[in-house]
Design a protein around this ligand. Structure first.
Ligand SMILES: [Fe+2]
Length: 347
């Protein structure tokens, strides 16, 4: 675990929040000030676990597939709050193009990086867009705006629970920072040689050896409170916080066969109160959306993804009544010639 990232206060102005998002790639949008917060978190965690159990523990579930009224209402309220809408308004003004919410909205369960199992996990969500001139051009002109909103159901700590960000690497345009590239190469080389990272205590820090190779990126651990809404930019270099060596040792004592396979704790393993749940949504303006779709539609699963987008537009109240322009933007982008490669979708 790294030092905590100093998150902003929720009560500060939307204009300041928008500036933080644009300059740092991360901002806390809202916090949840209900006196029954702990109870709501516990109950939602229980209901989420039931939903995952019903579907035999997939990696993620799309929100519209969760048939629980309380969860639906909670997410609807959190993602359409006045703080979120005001931030979008500010970002629309600053980017010169309307910012809105986009699919997928989904829940991920026990999705972790794991240097101890060969998964260092650092990436840019926009990594798939960067190889394309079309996408880089959107970023280069400064019109691009795209990112994720997240809601977590646990704090971050020695068992993981949220994300680590490489604070010194964030770039607003299409170039990757030199620090990111150096750190990335050294981490890749390390795992090529050693496969897995051992732990190493230095200056009292509970740290994986490979994590010292990211020090030049000034990595920080982000730990919002449960039910806070966080916004992070698609180009921000980050990873799901792994369990620390001490945290992992404790978990292993309880479940000796515990491992991380492909960034995930095997579905049938239940960490109970230490299960990690995060709900994500996309947001951005039409230029960000163009870049995102350009990349996604060139991937194998686009047909299914597109179907999921349309389903969310059809079934989620968030899109039906709160962010009605979202589906209009999606259709508009699909109509731009050359954006969607696999446009032969018919059901
Ligand atoms: Fe990510």
């Amino acid at each position: 675990m790294f030092d905590f990232y100093p998150l902003n206060e929720t009560r500060e102005s939307s204009s300041l929040k928008a500036k933080r998002f644009i300059n740092n790639g991360l901002v806390k949008v809202s916090s949840f000030a209900d006196i029954n917060k702990n109870q709501i978190v516990t109950e939602t965690r229980n209901e989420l676990e039931k939903a995952f159990q019903k579907k035999r523990f997939p990696r993620q579930i799309d929100l519209h597939q969760i048939r629980n009224q309380d969860i639906q209402e909670l997410v609807l309220n959190l993602f359409s709050s006045k703080e979120v809408k005001n931030l979008f308004k500010e970002l629309s003004q600053k980017s010169g193009s309307e910012v809105t919410l986009f699919p997928f909205i989904d829940v991920m369960r026990n999705y972790f990086s794991g240097p101890q199992c060969g998964f260092p996990g650092w990436h840019n969500d926009a990594g798939g867009e960067l190889p394309y001139y079309f996408c880089r051009e959107k970023m280069r002109t400064g019109k691009y705006l795209f990112g994720k909103l997240s809601i977590s159901f646990q704090p971050n700590g020695i068992y993981g629970g949220n994300i680590d960000i490489a604070k010194a690497t964030y770039k607003k345009y299409e170039k990757k920072s030199l620090r990111q590239m150096i750190s990335n190469i050294s981490i890749k080389t390390f795992f090529k040689i050693y496969k897995r990272s051992p732990s190493f205590r230095l200056l009292g820090k509970d740290q994986w050896v490979s994590d010292y190779l990211s020090i030049i990126t000034n990595p920080k651990t982000v730990s919002p409170d449960p039910l806070d809404v966080i916004a992070f930019e698609h180009r921000l270099y980050h990873r799901g916080t792994p369990a620390s060596p001490n945290g992992w040792k404790e978990l292993k004592k309880r479940i000796p066969t515990l491992s991380i396979e492909n960034f995930k704790i095997p579905g049938d393993i239940n960490l109970d109160e230490k299960n990690k749940y995060i709900i994500y949504a996309h947001f951005g303006n039409i230029f960000g959306l163009q870049s995102y779709i350009y990349d996604r539609s060139r991937r194998d699963l686009w047909k299914q993804e597109k179907k999921r987008w349309l389903e969310q537009y059809k079934f989620l109240e968030l899109f039906k009544s709160e962010f009605q322009n979202s589906s209009v933007f999606f259709q508009k982008v699909l109509e731009i010639k050359g954006i969607e490669l696999n446009n032969n979708f018919r059901d």
